[in-house]
Ligand binder design. Structure first.
Ligand SMILES: NC(=O)c1ccc[n+]([C@@H]2O[C@H](COP(=O)([O-])OP(=O)(O)OC[C@H]3O[C@@H](n4cnc5c(N)ncnc54)[C@H](OP(=O)(O)O)[C@@H]3O)[C@@H](O)[C@H]2O)c1
Length: 261
C-alpha cells in the first residue's frame, strides 16, 4: 500500500504536544512537509527540531491562537508562502474545561465554541481555496463524546457533535472538488489532556490518580490507554492515497471503549 505522502503539504493545528504532535511526526516520517502551530513558540521550536531530525519531510512552525481570526489568516498565508500549497488540513485544538451544566457561564460556553468548533470552521474556510486546486483532505479531531456523551464534559459533548454535522455536510459540498472530510475521535490516548481529566476526576472523588486510571482501564476492552502514535497512524492512513473512498465518516480510536453500535 503506497501512502504517497512525499511532498504533500499538511497544516497540523495544535501540534506542540499530544495528538497534534504525534500526527505531525507520523506525517513527516512519511515524507510530508508539515506546518506546526500552537500558541507556544518555545515548544513549537523544540518539536520542529525533533521532527526535522527524522531527515524526512520539511518542518516549519508559526505560532497562532486559533481563537483569533487574524492569527488563522496569517497562519494559512505563512503555510502557502513556506511550502507553495496545502493538501492536508488536520483540525485540532486544546480540550474545553471539564464540568457540568450549572458550572458554566455564557462566557465559558462562548470560549469553548470559539476554540472547539468555530476555529475548525474558520480554518477550513481559509484553507479551502488551496484544497480546491487539486483536491485534498480534511480531518477534524473530535472525541468519543460524538458517540457517547462523557459525564462531566458537557462542553465537549455539545461542540464535538457539531463537528460531525459540519463534516457530514462538507463531505457532500466538497466532494465535487475531491476533498474528503472525516472525523477521528480519540477514546483515551495517553496525553497531558487525559492526565488532566483523570486528575480532575481523582480530586472530585477524593481518590488517587492511579485509582482513577485503573478504573478507566477496566472500561477499555484492550485494557490500556492508547499511545499517541497509534492514533496518529489512523489519521495518516486517512489523509494518504491509500484512503480514497471514505468521506463524511467518523472513526473512533478507543481500544473498544465505545459500546454503542
Ligand atoms: N487525548 C485523548 O485521548 C483525547 C480524548 C478525547 C478528546 N481529545 C481532544 O483532542 C484534542 C487534542 O488532545 P490532546 O490530548 O493532544 O490535548 P493536549 O495534550 O492538551 O494538547 C492540546 C494542544 O492544543 C494547543 N492549543 C490549545 N489552545 C490553543 C489555541 N487557542 N490556539 C492554538 N493552539 C492551542 C496546545 O498548544 P499550546 O498550549 O502551545 O497553545 C496543544 O498543542 C483536544 O481537544 C482534546 O480534548 C483528546
Amino acid at each position: 500500500m503506497d501512502l504517497n505522502l512525499q511532498n504533500k503539504v499538511a497544516l497540523v493545528i495544535a501540534s506542540s504536544q499530544g495528538l497534534g504532535k504525534a500526527i505531525a511526526k507520523q506525517l513527516v516520517s512519511e515524507g510530508a512537509n508539515v506546518m506546526l502551530t500552537s500558541r507556544d513558540e518555545t515548544k513549537l521550536a523544540a518539536v520542529q527540531e525533533e521532527l526535522q531530525s527524522l531527515g524526512k519531510g520539511k518542518v516549519s512552525y508559526f505560532p497562532s491562537d486559533i481563537t483569533k481570526v487574524e492569527d488563522i489568516q496569517a497562519l494559512v498565508q505563512k503555510t502557502r508562502d513556506t511550502f507553495g500549497k496545502i493538501d492536508i488540513l488536520i483540525n485540532n485544538a486544546g480540550g474545553p474545561p471539564g464540568g457540568t451544566f450549572e458550572q458554566f457561564s455564557d462566557e465559558q460556553w462562548q470560549k469553548a465554541f470559539e476554540l472547539n468548533l468555530l476555529s475548525y470552521i474558520r480554518i477550513i474556510r481559509e484553507v479551502l481555496p488551496d484544497l480546491k486546486k487539486e483536491g485534498g483532505r480534511i480531518i477534524n479531531i473530535a472525541s468519543t463524546s460524538i458517540k457517547v456523551p462523557i459525564p462531566g464534559l458537557i462542553l465537549s459533548n455539545t461542540f464535538r457533535t457539531g463537528i460531525v454535522g459540519l463534516a457530514k455536510s462538507l463531505a457532500e459540498e466538497l466532494a465535487p472538488y475531491n476533498i474528503l472530510v472525516n472525523t477521528v475521535a480519540p477514546g483515551r490516548i495517553a496525553t497531558d489532556r487525559v492526565a488532566y481529566l483523570d486528575q480532575l476526576k481523582a480530586d472530585k472523588q477524593g481518590v488517587s490518580f492511579e485509582q482513577i486510571q485503573e478504573q478507566s482501564r477496566k472500561t477499555i476492552p484492550l485494557g490500556r490507554y492508547g499511545e499517541p502514535e497509534e492514533f496518529a497512524k489512523v489519521v495518516t492512513f486517512l489523509v494518504s492515497d491509500a484512503s480514497t473512498y471514505m468521506t463524511g465518516s467518523s472513526f473512533v480510536v478507543d481500544g473498544g471503549m465505545v459500546k454503542s453500535i
